[in-house]
Ligand binder design. Structure first.
Ligand code: FMN
Length: 396
């Protein structure tokens, strides 16, 4: 595998400017594939907007000259409380996109979670030797295939297994329908023109496009082209996914095991009772059930249900360091990003992902400094006030 590291650092000073640059460099169907959500994109917008319901109650006189952004998660020390979540087909955004991202995460001192739908197989990502690395899986009708995924991840020394529970049916993503980004692809003249016009992307990807596939499925399904694999994917997934599957995976995977897609506090309690090691409060970035509550809205009840017994991560709509601080103040152990790292990847490969993580690191550090907080452990509900002006901390 060739390692292509762009030496060019994008001049993005915020995640929003990185998104704007990604929009300029990517063909419309690919930009929309990442940027879009399900149906009317209410949940997508709600994820971002929900953070505005909170304001900070800073205590500047508690300031310190140094802020420590590190956290400990499943026995590993991370340099910042932001992880990179699983996103399928990252190789569409930059050649060898998964490895570029994994390396950027490792350099920034955080976790990269590989997607079941990576372009290259999970073993190839592991071969980049970036760590910590987590592996995300689904439950298939053929439970033997599910088990195979877990065994492959263990053999490739992934540090944790993440079962995504909110994707057994694919969300109705209407931007993809409009753009012909479907299986089979129905690209019209506008989509082809959009690709031809994005020359740097086209030049970068021209030798790669024929290798774009779901790398983890090739051997098992005996086909290597994306169209065939994607056509067969929905029939592989089992919509009757249940807690029995969670138990089974729990017994097959010996390391840290997380559920991704928890919104209901009762599900978080059940996960805890079944020996799950962590939950990711998530609505899949608004790509699945349009109308679901924002992840950060669901977070407080999950925190209460779990009562500190396992780490709770949250994703969806995190675009600023201040969003991370809000989530941590509400009781999250760490945050996960999806789209922001893909925007960085599209703009400058590994350097772009690093830049996104660096932007968030700087923003987190600044907010901590302005709030008078010197370590992540000091961030608590007393730092927040809700829109309705009620301090969240019971003693305030
Ligand atoms: C292009 C794209 C592909 C994704 N693929 C997966 C996937 O394969 N597995 C998964 O569990 N989540 C997947 N997600 C969801 C992300 O892991 C994450 O939950 C979501 O993007 C977080 O919201 P944010 O994009 O607002 O940060 C994907 C998200 C995007 C944008």
């Amino acid at each position: 595998m060739t390692e292509r590291v762009s030496t060019w650092r994008p001049h993005a000073y915020s995640v929003a400017t990185m998104r704007a640059q990604a929009r300029r460099v990517l063909p419309r169907p690919i930009f929309d594939f990442a940027d879009g959500g399900a149906e009317d994109e209410r949940t997508l917008r709600r994820n971002e907007a929900a953070f505005s319901a909170f304001g900070f109650l800073p205590r500047p006189l508690c300031g310190s000259s140094h802020r420590d952004l590190s956290i400990e998660l499943f026995g590993k020390s991370l340099r910042l409380p932001v992880l990179i979540g699983p996103t399928g087909l990252a190789g569409l955004f930059w050649p060898d996109g998964e490895c570029a991202t994994a390396r950027a995460a490792a350099r920034a001192g955080t976790v990269y979670c590989a997607s079941h739908a990576s372009v290259v197989p999970l073993e190839a990502i592991a071969a980049c030797e970036a760590s910590p690395r987590w592996m995300q899986v689904f439950v298939y009708r053929d439970r033997g295939f599910t088990r195979e995924f877990a065994e492959r991840a263990a053999a490739a020394k992934y540090d944790a297994l993440v079962l995504t529970i909110d994707n057994q049916l694919t969300g109705n993503r209407e931007r993809d329908l409009r753009n012909g980004f479907t299986i089979p692809p129905r690209f019209g003249p506008a989509a082809f023109a959009a690709m031809a016009l994005k020359l740097p992307w086209l030049m970068r990807m021209r030798g790669e496009l024929k290798y774009i596939t779901f790398g983890n499925y090739v051997d098992r399904l005996g086909a290597s082209d994306l169209k065939t694999l994607a056509e067969r994917m929905p029939s592989l997934l089992d919509t009757s996914l249940s807690w029995r599957d969670v138990d089974q995976l729990r017994s097959w995977w010996k390391g840290p095991f997380l559920l991704k897609g928890i919104l209901h506090p009762q599900d978080a309690k059940e996960a805890l009772a079944r020996g799950v090691d962590g939950v990711i409060v998530s609505n899949h970035g608004g790509r699945q059930l349009d109308g679901a509550v924002a992840a950060v809205e669901a977070l407080p009840a999950v925190v209460e249900a779990v009562a500190g017994r396992i780490p709770i991560l949250v994703d969806g709509g995190i675009r600023r360091g201040r969003d991370v601080i809000v989530a941590l103040a509400l009781g999250a152990s760490a945050c996960v990003i999806g789209r922001p790292h893909l925007w960085g990847l599209a703009v400058a490969g590994e350097a772009g992902v690093m830049q996104v993580l660096e932007i968030l690191r700087r923003e987190i550090d600044r907010v901590m400094g302005l709030c008078g907080v010197s370590s992540i452990g000091q961030i608590g509900p007393d730092l927040l006030m809700r829109e309705d002006c009620l301090p969240l901390h019971p003693t305030c």
